[in-house]
Design a protein around this ligand. Structure first.
Ligand code: PMP
Length: 532
């Protein structure tokens, strides 16, 4: 485990064997993590200095020198008349308002020059972030006359040009129904569709492409697991374990099932930081427990659940478990063989792929034991009025014509993120999350909700004296898209006495400068001073 002031990072989450390898990887993103740098909390006599400050009698804490002439100082270069910058230190350029507002656009009360929206020195793995941003055409979009700042990635992610072009290529050159036709286009579309299944299997470390079932998204995936697999085992009084962090998509399908079967839902609690209380989770198991379904990352709080421990505990009680990976799969490497979940579900649109497509991964034995989800064409081997013989998984669960082009687009999306490297995406985003946590913590009247040691992407908060709607609208007026509301996770927020939060959520095309802009606008809303 590596810790800094904001995060505890687990090498396993990056698919790395030990803390040293993780430290080397992270050093590319922040000097705080440079090899050999001791964990900050453990430096004796350092006191409580915050980021960039000099603690009493100690060395400079992470971060570099603040540039004094309004220019970005690249990593390692000397600030004029000053010391060497160690983190690409940044001071905003002073640009007159008149020069910032495009003619005819409504005046932006919180302007930044478009060119300053990314840091030239920031890289995701080997790829400069500005190159990554250029892969996403929508990031050029103007909103209310201002460059879009997309911080609503937990709701959906934007699409790289490759995915958009792959969809077009499919419809121009390959469009046909799959499996059935004995002609060239049927061959092409079948090859593209099954090729996507293989790419996704490789991407999540599934043993075989037969472990991958295409569905519409996480919601349909969980309904499939509930109806096709769990339902057949339930008797009145049987129990299903969930956690308080679940998205409604991982609550309501189980309630429907409980209504039908007389089963009961048991809910694992979280502590005040939003972390699953593992001992309380362990206490929920008994002889009536039939199934567990839990999210990997909470969409409302960003908590990364200890799924490895949760899965091992479930298995030690002989109970099967489904992991909702909607918010994890785009933010960290996942490996099905290492994780050992029985089911893992996610949505294509949250990992830079199209809407209308998602995945249920299932181990071979649970897919075999599951009944068909829907009946119809494609899923049968033979039909008579007396009896139908089903095909094997995954075809057994894919009745009718699926979202063929979208599956192909999702295959392209996982190729794209793989070409950058999920471990690099995770490391870059963790650094950005730590930066955002610090920036938002400094905004007057703002309280972060969800302060778990292991988090991904999400910075949920409430702002004293300002409604969620007001904050959301004022951010939107500055071109910043965030979600304000209950995020389809009402029980999770009610645990903290709240009906909603404002929720910026990060992706690897976001930048420190976008976070600076967010914090500046929030400071103005709070009536506090904008950051210097
Ligand atoms: N689970 C989680 C954790 C989510 O964040 C979401 C989407 N916000 C879902 C399930 C549902 O995903 P979809 O709407 O794509 O089916």
């Amino acid at each position: 485990m590596i810790t800094n002031r904001y995060l505890a990072l687990d090498p396993k989450a990056y698919g790395l064997p030990d803390a040293e390898e993780l430290r080397t990887l992270l050093a590319a993103y922040s000097p705080e993590f440079s090899p050999g740098a001791p964990d900050k909390e453990r430096i004796p006599g350092r006191g409580k200095a915050s980021y960039g400050e000099r603690p009493p009698g100690g060395e400079r804490v992470l971060g570099g020198e603040q540039a004094t002439d309004g220019e970005r100082i690249p990593y390692g270069e000397r600030v004029p008349g000053g010391e060497r910058a160690t983190d690409g230190a940044y001071a905003p350029r002073v640009v007159p308002l008149s020069a910032r507002t495009p003619a005819g656009a409504p005046e932006n009360p919180y302007p930044v020059p478009a060119a300053d929206l990314f840091a030239p020195s920031a890289r995701v793995g080997n790829v400069p972030v500005e190159k990554i941003r250029a892969d996403f055409p929508i990031l050029e979009e103007k909103v209310s006359g201002h460059r879009l700042v997309w911080l609503d990635n937990a709701a959906t992610t934007q699409k790289p040009r490759r995915v958009i072009e792959r969809l077009e290529h499919y419809y121009r050159h390959e469009n046909s129904n799959v499996h059935r036709g004995a002609h060239t286009l049927a061959e092409r579309s079948t090859e593209a569709y099954e090729g996507a299944r293989e790419k996704i299997a490789r991407f999540i470390g599934a043993p075989d492409s037969d472990n991958i079932v295409f569905v519409r998204g996480t919601t349909e995936g969980i309904n499939l697991v509930a109806q096709a697999y769990v339902k057949q085992f339930l008797r009145p009084g049987d129990e299903i374990i969930l956690t308080v962090l679940e998205h409604h998509a991982n609550i309501v399908p189980w309630q429907l099932l409980a209504e039908e079967s007389g089963a009961v839902l048991r809910v694992a609690p979280v502590d005040d930081d939003g972390q699953i209380i593992l001992s309380a989770y362990a206490d929920l198991f008994n002889s009536r427990t039939r199934f567990v379904s839990a999210s990997h990352v909470s969409n409302a709080l960003g908590t990364v659940a200890p799924v490895e421990e949760m899965i091992a505990l479930a298995h030690s009680h002989g109970t099967r478990i489904c992991i909702d990976g909607a918010q994890s799969v785009s933010h960290m490497p996942v490996d099905m063989r290492a994780m050992d979940a029985d089911f893992f579900v996610f949505s294509g649109h949250k990992i830079y792929g199209p809407t209308g497509i998602g995945v249920v991964y299932g181990k071979a034995d649970v897919l075999e034991a599951a009944r068909p989800y829907q009946g119809g064409g494609n899923m049968i081997a033979d039909v008579t009025f007396a009896e139908t013989v089903y095909r094997e998984a995954p075809a057994k669960f894919e009745a009718g014509t699926g979202s063929i082009a979208d599956a192909v687009g999702l295959g392209e999306a996982v190729d794209y993120v793989s070409s950058i490297g999920m471990q690099h995406i995770a490391a870059y985003e963790q650094e950005l999350l730590a930066y955002g946590t610090k920036a938002l913590s400094a905004v007057p009247g703002l309280t972060l909700i969800g302060t778990a040691a292991r988090k991904a992407s999400v910075l949920s908060f409430v702002s004293a004296g300002h409604s969620l709607e007001e904050v959301g609208k004022r951010l939107s007026a500055a071109g910043i898209a965030v979600r304000a509301g209950h995020h389809c996770a009402q029980p999770a927020l009610r645990r903290f006495g709240l009906e909603g939060t404002v929720r910026p959520s990060l992706a690897f095309y976001n930048t420190r400068e976008e976070i600076d802009l967010l914090a500046d606008v929030l400071s103005k809303i709070a009536g506090g001073k904008a950051r210097p």
